[in-house]
Each structure stands twice: as C-alpha cells, then as structure tokens.
Design a protein around this ligand. Structure first.
Ligand SMILES: NC(=O)c1ccc[n+]([C@@H]2O[C@H](COP(=O)([O-])OP(=O)(O)OC[C@H]3O[C@@H](n4cnc5c(N)ncnc54)[C@H](O)[C@@H]3O)[C@@H](O)[C@H]2O)c1
Length: 477
C-alpha cells in the first residue's frame, strides 16, 4: 500500500453511535447494523481520487460497504461486476433475467440492482423494492424501467448511452467495404460450392462519397474512420455541428442523398425520424448507391427499400435494426415478425445483421465500467451526473482536509416553499456549498455542511425526514 493510500485511512470523522448509524442507514434501507467507519472504498482499488481543489478526495459513506447489497442480473459484464466487488459491496450475480414474481422476491432486499434489457422494472416490481436507491441499466436503453415511478420514489436510474459508438462505427465501415465488393454474396455462393469470380459492379471505396445522416457520437466517429479510407464525407444533421477532419455539413437531407454513394443513418428514434428514408428519399439517391441503417428500425421504410433493391436503383443495403426484433436468439426472422421478412431475405447484396452494432467485448466492458462507476459515485457521494430520471447534481468532492463535514442529500417533491423549509434546518450550520435542481416533479438537493458532530448529523437527518416534501434523505460522511 502506498503512502497516499495510508493517508486516507482512518481520517473519517468519529464513528457514529450504532444507533445513529442504524437510523442514517435506514434512510437507505440498509437493514444490517453497520460496523462503524471504514476505509474509504476507492483506496481498495488503489486510486484515491483528487478533488478539484487539489486535496485528496474523501469518500463518503454512512455505513460499512459490506452492508450494501447489489443484485446483478442478465450476466452483467465481469469488469463492471469487479468494480462493485472492489468496493466491498455484497454482490450477487445471476446469468439470466428473473420472472416478475421471483424478481419481486429478490429486489426487496437490495439497495442496488444492475440489469440489461430483458429485466422489466415495472411500478409493481419497484413498489416492493423498499431498500432500493439506484438502478444501473448496463445497456443503452432504459425503456425496461418505469423511470418516472423510480424518480418519484427517490430511485435514480443510470445507463450507458454512448459506450458502444466505436463498435457501431467500425461495423458500418465493414459494411461499406462489404457492399462495395459484394462480399456477402460471394461468401454465400462459395459456402454453397459456387466459384463466382467477378469484378463487374465491385468498387474500391477510396474516392467515393459517404453521406452520414446524424452526426452525433456514432456519425462523427464514422466520419473520421471513413476519411482514413480516402472517402469524401458529407453529413446532414438537424443542428449545426462542427465537422471533424475535412467532412462537410450539407444544408438539406436531399442535398446529401443526391451527392452520396453510400448513405448511412445515425439518428435517434423520434417522430421526425420515422421513415426518414422512404420512397421519395430513395428516389433522390444516386443510381447504384448503397443504403445502411444501424440506428433504429423505424428510420427506413423497408418495403420501399425492397422495391428500390429489386428495381436496381440501389446496388446494396445493410440493416442491423428492424421495426420488430425478437426477444431472444432463434429462428424468428420471419414474416410473422415483420410481414416483409421473406422478401428482404431473398434480395442480393443486402447484409442483414441481428442488432449487433454495439455488441463487442470492448463495448460491454466499457458499459460495465461506465455504469458501475456511476453507481459507485451515486452510492458513495450522491452524484447524479448521467442519471436519466433525476436532475443532474454534483458537488466537488470533500477532501481529507475537511474531516468534520457531512453531505446531505434531500430528494423531494418539486413544490413551492421546500427550500425555505430545508434552509431553516441547514441555516444554523455552516453550509459550505449547496446545489439544487429539479426535473419534472422531483428535485434533488445536495449540501456540504462543515463543523458537524454526530449529534448534529442525527438532528439534521431527523428534521429533514420530518418535512412533508421528502421523498428520500441520505446523509453521507
Ligand atoms: N445498432 C446498434 O447496435 C446501435 C448501438 C448504439 C446506438 N444505436 C443507435 O444509433 C443512433 C445514433 O446514436 P448516437 O449515439 O450517435 O446518437 P447521438 O444522439 O449522439 O446522435 C444523433 C444525431 O442525430 C441528430 N438528429 C436528430 N434528429 C435528426 C433528424 N431528424 N435529422 C437529422 N439529424 C438528426 C442529432 O442532432 C444528433 O447529432 C441511435 O438511434 C441509437 O439508438 C444503435
């Protein structure tokens, strides 16, 4: 152990009485008795954080880390799991999702739950989760969680929206080359024993124009990769965005479609992007051009695409996403799922992949790190940066030079007069810093108060708990 780590040991303020610790812990629903103050958890992974002021960041917990119970479902990535275990939390890890009744049985006990896309955290399930303070969605979307109900009950929800951007961008590069060289067809033919060496209609991508619709996290990464292959990049976006490299933003979708040899979609699913590329837009595209969609299934009008491919207007297409997608792996890509599935499957030079754009080991690991880190910061420091259902509130870390400080977190209903009530309680103390923000019906207040002792902490906690606007109070020190 290095000296920096030693320096963080045992500098927390005096241990609270067991009684207080129980009460404070009960704000989190920690039902076991804390063992008293403990080594700041980040020291276990060997990297104490530096506060913005330059001091060594003090990590806050009102209870022993082993009291925090975490349930990870759906085979959450091992890297993320390891980070949580390194905190000393009690982590239970299951490979699959759970049926609702079994989930209700298990969620009652835990303070943190980590899921992927298959676990449904409905209001019915969350109502039973009396100890739960935070949900980690180790995936992109959060549709599987009733985020509104969660917010109204003080449960923050985190996800990882952009950890797989690079993976998607690389897949699209692979598709551009594969389509230009008809790789899918040649490979399928040879798998069936047919040798078909052709150069007709096969192209290099160097010097061709790539049109990117949606220049966000994925679109902009793709732009850089495509230029490295010698492509000219143009993009269309709903907002003005600075170009990377020598890419150029074009003013209209039509301008992009008329100029691009390859058109690729990277927009979110919105009413405005529903069937963004339909018959008219395909008509605007260059003859013999290619269309790629790895964004959302609603963005391309697939029956129109089938017609454009059959007529030869388009020379190829790649789809990774579909209006309806099966819930699991198997022989489900049929007309029962999408009425045109058979027609799509019969086309030449069309690459069909099962929503694997972001499915790489690197992306899963990055998601694991991002979500686990957000969970740890929320549990230990109360920071909501990146939460999808709470206002984003953060204060710079307390430092080891500030031992007798407490961080008060007061999640409350966003109604008039709350701050007056809270400040009447905090106002007799030295509030070093305070931040409040609201999101819809829910507001989040975080304040660091100095010069406190155990009796003060207890008093603050109990008085905040007594306010009628309260959703959840947490006290970290
Ligand atoms: N295939 C996969 O596995 C996979 C993985 C990750 C993300 N995605 C999807 O990829 C898409 C893009 O993701 P991202 O992370 O780059 O998103 P992002 O939010 O970073 O970027 C989206 C861009 O689209 C622009 N945009 C929005 N509406 C538009 C419109 N009507 N016309 C033009 N531009 C518009 C936005 O201004 C933004 O710049 C999303 O739909 C996401 O769900 C798919």
């Amino acid at each position: 152990m290095n000296s920096a780590l030693d320096a963080t040991e045992g500098i927390d303020i005096e241990p609270p009485s067991t009684d207080l610790a129980r009460r404070v812990s009960s704000s989190l629903g920690v039902s076991t008795s804390p063992t008293g103050f403990h080594t700041p958890s980040w020291t276990k992974s060997g990297s104490p954080l530096r506060a913005a002021t330059g001091g060594l960041a003090k990590h806050l917990k009102p209870f022993a880390t082993e009291d925090i119970k975490i349930l990870l479902l759906e085979n959450v990535n091992v890297t993320g799991q390891g980070l949580l275990e390194a905190q000393g939390y009690q982590v239970t890890h299951l490979k699959s999702a759970l049926p609702e009744d079994e989930l209700i049985g298990k969620i009652r006990d835990v303070h943190v739950i980590g899921i992927r896309s298959k676990t449904k955290l409905t209001a019915r399930v969350l109502r039973e989760a009396k100890n739960l303070i935070v949900v980690g969605c180790f995936c992109i979307g959060t549709n599987q969680v009733d985020t509104q109900y969660a917010a109204e009950h003080g449960i923050a929800v985190f996800n990882s929206p952009f950890s797989n951007s690079r993976s998607v961008a690389e897949l699209v590069i692979a598709e551009i080359i594969s389509l230009a060289r008809q790789l899918g067809d040649r490979s399928n033919e040879l798998h069936k024993g047919t040798w078909n060496k052709v150069s007709n209609g096969c192209w290099e991508i160097r010097g061709k124009t790539l049109g990117i619709i949606g220049y966000g996290h994925i679109g902009s990464q793709l732009s850089v990769l495509a230029e490295a292959f010698g492509m000219t990049v143009i993009y269309y976006d709903a907002v003005n965005l600075m170009a990377l490299g020598t890419a150029k933003q074009v003013p209209t979708l039509e301008a992009l479609l008329r100029a691009a040899d390859f058109v690729t979609c990277h927009v979110p699913e919105l009413p405005e992007t529903n069937n963004l590329i339909s018959r008219k837009e395909m008509g605007d595209m260059k003859d013999g051009s290619y269309l790629i969609n790895a964004s959302r299934g609603s963005v391309i009008d697939i029956p129109a695409l089938i017609d454009a491919m059959r007529s030869g207007k388009l020379a190829g297409a790649a789809l990774d996403v579909y209006p309806a997608e099966p819930g699991g792996n198997g022989d489900y890509f049929t007309n029962e799922l999408n009425s045109w599935a058979q027609d799509l499957r019969s086309l030449k030079n069309i690459i069909l992949t099962p929503h694997i754009g972001g499915s790489t080991e690197e992306a899963q690991s990055a998601i694991g790190i991002e979500v686990s880190t957000a969970l740890i910061r929320y549990v230990n420091e109360g920071t909501t940066l990146g939460a999808v259902n709470m206002p984003e509130v953060s204060l710079r870390s307390l430092t080891m030079d500030e031992p007798n400080h407490v961080r008060v977190i007061y999640i409350h209903r966003n109604i008039p007069g709350v701050l007056r009530g809270v400040n009447a309680i905090l106002g007799n103390h030295n509030v070093d810093k305070q931040m409040t923000d609201s999101r819809g019906e829910v507001a989040y207040l975080m304040a660091d108060i100095s010069g406190v002792n155990v009796a003060v902490i207890k008093d603050l906690y109990q008085r905040l708990e007594g306010l009628s606007s309260r959703i959840m109070t947490r006290v970290l020190y």
